[in-house]
Design a protein around this ligand. Structure first.
Ligand code: ZN
Length: 203
């Protein structure tokens, strides 16, 4: 099975899509203008010269598996694609490393403590005109805790790797699970110093 790493839920090249989050310069409060001088349209400040560079949001997705089943969660009412199912995951905070973010998101969404085993893949997800993500997909194994949904998830379910699955929110998640089922490829090793919660870490 070939790896698929770019997932597009809408036409990201449609220039009529509204992508700009700001009306005013965050430095000097002058109304921003849009420049088309580069390959991608960007907002800039005509007064102080600030340029609004936009980047995909970095996230992590965690493939938690006992090699027979995979843990998925139902997305809560207030989340994007609510009511559909997904792998646990979330955004990397500014102060965090990505492995710590995966451990934290897993704890918040599932109540479980995990050890990160490997980098399974990296995906670009063009989900909506205001939501592009760059997601590191990590395989993890449970080392503690009690499964209980929290944060963005309202229900958890262990599902056999070959399904059947409930309606999934993201094409990427379905691909990741199926590819792992078929290939069992672990991917790249992770930094062992950060793969597991350190004692005395306080997190
Ligand atoms: Zn300005």
């Amino acid at each position: 099975m070939q790896p698929k790493q770019i997932f597009t839920a809408y036409d990201r090249f449609d220039v009529n899509q509204e992508r700009h989050a700001f009306s005013y310069c965050p430095i000097c409060a002058t109304p921003l203008s849009t420049t088309a001088s580069s390959e991608y349209p960007r907002q800039s400040c005509p007064d102080c010269g600030w340029i609004h560079y936009r980047n995909p949001a970095p996230g992590v997705v965690i493939l938690i598996t006992d090699e027979v089943r995979v843990l998925i969660g139902k997305r809560g009412a207030s989340s994007f694609a609510s009511g559909l199912w997904c792998l646990p995951g979330g955004f990397v905070e500014f102060e965090e490393d990505y492995l710590g973010a995966a451990i934290r998101e897993t704890r918040e969404e599932t109540g479980l403590e995990v050890e990160i085993c490997s980098v399974v893949s990296v995906c670009s997800n063009f989900l909506a005109s205001n939501l592009h993500t760059l997601v590191t997909v990590l395989k993890a194994r449970v080392v503690g805790g009690i499964a209980q949904p929290g944060d963005d998830l309202e229900e958890l379910r262990w599902v056999p790797l070959d399904g059947p699955f409930p309606d999934m929110a993201f094409e990427a998640d379905s691909h990741i699970i199926e590819r792992y089922r078929q290939t069992r490829l672990l991917g790249a090793p992770v930094d062992p110093e950060y793969a597991r919660l350190q004692s005395g870490d306080g997190r």
